[in-house]
Ligand binder design. Structure first.
Ligand code: SAM
Length: 1014
């Protein structure tokens, strides 16, 4: 499209004429008008050329997509893939035209062109895919050049929940949010000033705020870093028992590219990332509030301790109130802060109406009783035994008769001057509500029908079928009056976000609690039995002070709304990705954002929503497929050798595995997984097994240094394996000293390196040329080993230096749940101290309490025999036992003497000293790599024999089996391209086991893909 981009910091900061690569604009409005025209042209062309055209064939679709001139459609290869996907969708939904099929694939939101344009502020923000993104990247990005590129960073993990008490963070809520302060640490670690940072699941755009604040000295210093005059940023590190400040980054804003499927999210994100003339905003907001208050303030009037006579007078005045706009000054008026509403039920014994608030709430004790008496007949009731009371009325807004759960006002909290009071609604309050109910709202408000979904079932159960039903008529009226006035405010889109920031708190979802810790039930659209009708005006005034406090950063972001599986970013153009994607069925964003989007008139197209949601027909597999496509897009746009940080919140193991699988299938290599221990504020490494109930930070990189290219040449060869290990080791950190402690890094251990190497081969669809045994021997021959970890030669020198300074070596806590973890545990124990069966047995028994029920129980004897060696008392004493004996004062001198006499050889310590032999006899120890390889071969044989049994098993499900045998069997079947065996055996093991084991899942997924391709 060749759109032109200029430095928009300049454009925002002044109204003076600015030049955009030869194009002159007189003002911001002129710039906006110009780009809006371009956007409109593109949108109209799409509609003209694709709208109403039925899908006939992939070729036809491809030709038509290619014919679009005013919208960047992507290269031919990507278009072909898109057309194929559209063909599949057309089979399921033959009634859709080409335009809709295309929109579904790219995550183009639902909405009229006018409404999309109304929300957009191009080129900075489009409430749809952004056709200007290529220009942004061309203008600000630094092209990747493999010849000169020397980028190198280690993976990094920091607290992802730090900074939740910040006014910026709190200005607009979202269902989950990563605070910008946490993200800043990552961006500073991985990038240079001016680099491009991408977040494709940006939500409220905190990544953009963070990228911009990396240029704010105060904000960086507030993180505990030191910033030098020249902008160098230093962080504290431990060296020789002292803290030294080391330079690691530079002060300067980074540029963010922000995307989300939800127009509400992106609109909030855009506003968070756009400098605002706060004074002008506050002025406009105040003006509107005052106008609305003058017009609607009467709706929140209530009487303070009125006499009977005053009550009567107020009732008589009611009809005139809207015109007079204020109550008579001589009446004791108060202003409502909020009104509490309660469900009404029907007693099954006497059919009398029971107001839940009155019958069940123990106001003195401050709790809701589970059992409560019927006020009419005394029957003992619970919420389960009562029916709802319903009201039927005509809803003019949609022209339908509706049936809704009956709810009545039960408590009013109001202010007189600065003092707050509470009361039970009196005749005036009820008449006022009645009056508003019977009036017509003279303003626009959204009346959209709730979409079918998982979370929308809750409101549907109480008769909330359309978006306006979430509000009392009073609140709806005031919101409508405000929204209408705000729609005339030009050049300050922030006013709309100010409005959306109050849409949940003014709805019926806002739960009332006696301790006044009120709020909505996060992640739901649930309307509680007792809820709070917050006064809109009061809340907007309150929010205004919050918004005024926000220091809006200089803009450095471009924001758009599409699926991350399909962006307009150029190949290899992004310097870093920070992302916090959705996790399985945790949150249904498109349903939860519906309320906001209805007011903005543009809606999420949920076809590409990465979510497990029955109503959308998406299970774990569909979720994983979408995530894989999104990660593939991330992979495509990221520069080689660069990092992606993925934040993972509480969830199920199966979702955790799906995410890991998606990341790896896209081509990334995971280099580090850490979880945050909130109590200790520390980060712990995570093994692939075990439940994930905490925040995790995954660091993955796109291989560089030409590994991918070289791998194509050497794939499936031994050389390719070592090339991968070398490249991977280079990306891993050397353990850091913390408080004199040095932590053993899982990722550097042989079994993890083996797993990563296998995953890399499998994801690239090539055979793994080495057995585990060959891998372990080769690893030991090629790379120096320390404390069970492997290093590159230059890294080992650094590690040795730190090892000398360390007081303690810290191992990752291990939980024995199956054969693989039992072997790891034994390895660690026996490496620390060779032990006899009698010594290790009681400890082992203590460890296996958490053994998984599907995993075949294994005797310790068997485990030892298959993986370790025992010194039986004849021949030289193995070196592993000797070095342990040497720690004892009793034997040290004797051994030293023998050593001096040259009796310690590669075979062990040759001696006939009965005492030494007795001390060493019957001890199990970890074999050296060569012997370990021999053992491994024998073990593999045994495992494959066992796998054969599973293969021949004719029952429906294997209940108890050896996971290690299934893994070995899958690997062999993969080598033999026998994908069907993998699929058949996978189907015999319980689905939950398959989904929760990342290794099995990988083989199974890949086998399914291959069979599909055959
Ligand atoms: C965990 S939230 C991100 C929250 C964000 N970190 C913040 O601080 O506000 C995940 C987001 O992913 C979005 N999403 C879901 N599927 C998507 C897709 N295919 N492409 C882009 N965004 C998607 C949802 O709309 C949601 O806003």
């Amino acid at each position: 499209m060749g759109l032109l981009f200029q430095d928009f910091q300049e454009s925002f900061s002044s109204e003076k004429q600015v030049e955009y690569l030869g194009l002159k604009f007189d003002s911001e409005e002129a710039r906006r008008a110009y780009f809006l025209d371009r956007l409109r042209e593109g949108l109209e062309e799409l509609e003209t050329k694709l709208g109403g055209v039925p899908f006939t064939s992939v070729d036809d679709a491809l030709e038509r997509l290619k014919s679009i001139e005013k919208w960047p459609m992507g290269d031919e290869e990507r278009l072909k893939e898109l057309a194929r996907r559209m063909a599949r969708a057309a089979r399921r939904e033959p009634y859709k035209d080409l335009l809709q099929l295309w929109k579904d694939e790219v995550g183009f939101p639902h909405g009229k062109i006018e409404d999309i344009l109304q929300l957009s502020d191009p080129p900075y923000y489009t409430a749809c895919p952004n056709p200007f993104i290529e220009d942004f990247i061309r203008h600000y990005g630094k092209p990747y050049d493999p010849e000169t590129d020397n980028y190198r960073r280690e993976p990094f993990a920091a607290d992802v929940s730090e900074g939740k008490n910040d006014p910026i963070y709190n200005a607009h809520s979202y269902h989950t949010k990563v605070p910008h302060k946490a993200i800043m640490r990552y961006i500073l670690h991985y990038t240079e000033p001016g680099d491009l940072v991408f977040d494709g699941f940006c939500g409220t755009g905190m990544t953009g705020v963070a990228a911009s604040l990396c240029g704010d000295r105060k904000a960086v210093e507030a993180l505990g870093y030191v910033v030098r005059e020249d902008g160098t940023i230093l962080k504290p590190e431990e060296e020789g028992g002292k803290t030294v400040w080391k330079p690691f980054s530079k002060l300067g804003a980074r540029r963010a590219i922000l995307n989300d499927l939800s127009p509400a999210a992106t609109f909030i994100a855009y506003n968070y990332n756009t400098p605002v003339d706060v004074e002008a905003f506050a002025r406009e907001a105040r003006r509107v509030l005052k106008e609305v208050e003058a017009e609607c303030g009467w709706m929140y009037l209530t009487l303070h301790n009125p006499s009977e006579e005053q009550l009567q007078r107020a009732l008589e005045e009611l009809d005139a109130l809207p015109e007079r706009k204020k109550g008579s000054p001589e009446l004791p008026w108060g202003r409502i802060n909020y009104t509490v509403w309660s469900d009404v039920f029907i007693c099954p014994s006497c059919a009398g109406e029971v107001v839940f608030w009155e019958a069940a709430v123990d106001k003195e004790a401050g709790r809701v009783r589970k059992e409560f008496p019927c006020p009419h007949c005394g029957a003992c009731l619970t919420k389960r035994t009562v029916e709802r009371a319903w009201v039927t009325k005509f809803d003019k807004a949609i022209g339908e008769t509706i049936r809704q759960a009956k709810q009545v006002p039960v408590l009013i909290n109001y202010s007189v001057g600065r003092k707050r009071y509470e009361k039970t609604p009196d005749a005036f309050d009820l008449a006022l509500i009645e009056k508003i109910e019977n009036s017509d709202i003279p303003y626009w408000f959204p009346t959209d029908k709730l979409p079918e979904g998982e979370k929308t079932r809750d409101p549907l159960n109480v008769g909330i079928t359309h978006v306006h039903h979430f509000y009392t008529k009073r609140n709806l009226w005031v919101l409508g009056a405000t929204a209408t006035r705000l729609s005339y405010v030009t050049g300050l889109p922030i006013v709309k976000v100010w409005l959306t920031s109050s849409l949940i708190r003014t709805s019926k979802m806002y739960k009332f609690t006696l301790d006044r810790k009120m709020g909505n039930v996060m992640g739901t659209l649930y309307v509680p039995s007792i809820w709070t009708e917050n006064g809109v005006l009061k809340l907007l005034w309150h929010k205004l002070t919050d918004f005024e406090k926000m220091s809006f950063s200089e803009t450095s972001a471009i924001t758009f709304c599409s699926s991350t599986s399909s962006t307009h970013c150029a190949n290899q153009s992004i310097d870093y990705i920070f992302t916090d994607p959705p996790f399985g069925g945790n949150l249904m964003y498109s349903e939860l954002n519906f309320l906001w989007e209805a007011w903005l008139k543009v809606f999420t197209n949920n076809k590409q929503e990465a979510v497990e949601n029955q109503a959308q027909g998406k299970g774990l597999r569909e979720y994983q497929e979408i995530m894989t496509r999104c990660f593939k897009e991330y992979y495509r746009v990221l520069k080689p050798g660069r990092w992606m940080t993925v934040v993972f919140h509480n969830s199920k193991n199966s979702v955790w595995n799906a995410i890991q699988e998606a990341i790896q299938e896209a081509g990334f290599v995971i280099a580090d997984v850490r979880m945050l221990d909130r109590k200790q504020g520390t980060f712990n490494q995570v093994t692939s097994s075990g439940a994930v109930k905490v925040d995790l930070v995954i660091s993955a990189y796109k291989p560089n240094g030409g590994l991918e290219e070289r791998f194509k040449l050497k794939a499936g060869t031994e050389e390719g394996v070592w090339d991968f290990v070398r490249t991977h080791l280079r990306q891993l950190p050397v353990p850091a000293l913390k408080g004199g402690r040095l932590e053993v890094l899982q990722e550097r251990m042989a079994h993890m390196l083996y797993d990563r190497m296998v995953a890399f081969h499998v994801q690239h669809g090539v055979l793994v040329p080495l057995s585990a045994a060959e891998f372990y021997t080769g690893l030991a021959q090629r790379f120096p080993e320390r404390d069970g970890m492997y290093f590159l030669p230059d890294q080992v020198a650094e590690y040795d230096k730190k090892r000398l300074q360390a007081r303690e070596l810290v191992q990752l806590e291990l939980f024995v749940t199956d054969e693989a973890s039992a072997i790891q545990w034994l390895k660690r124990e026996l490496a620390r101290k060779p032990q006899t069966f009698q010594e290790i047995h009681p400890q082992f028994m203590q460890q296996i309490g958490g053994w998984q029920k599907h995993e075949k129980p294994l005797e310790l004897k068997e485990l030892l025999a298959q993986n370790f060696l025992c010194y039986e008392g004849s021949g030289p004493i193995p070196a592993q036992i000797v070095s342990w004996l040497k720690c004892s004062d009793k034997y040290r001198e004797k051994i030293r003497a023998l050593e001096a006499a040259g009796r310690l050889t590669a075979a062990g310590l040759e001696t006939d000293d009965a005492e030494l032999i007795a001390a060493a006899r019957d001890r199990w120890y970890v074999p050296d790599p060569n012997k370990a390889a021999d053992l491994e071969k024998l073990r593999e044989k045994a495992l494959l024999k066992e796998f054969e049994e599973y293969r021949n098993f004719t029952g429906r499900r294997l209940k108890v089996f050896r996971l290690e045998a299934v893994r070995a069997g899958f690997k062999k079947a993969w080598q033999e391209r026998d994908y069907r065996t993998i699929i058949e055996v996978a189907r015999k093991i319980p689905e939950s086991v398959l989904q929760e084991d990342p290794k099995l899942l990988m083989w199974y997924d890949q086998a399914l893909t291959r069979v599909g391709e055959e």
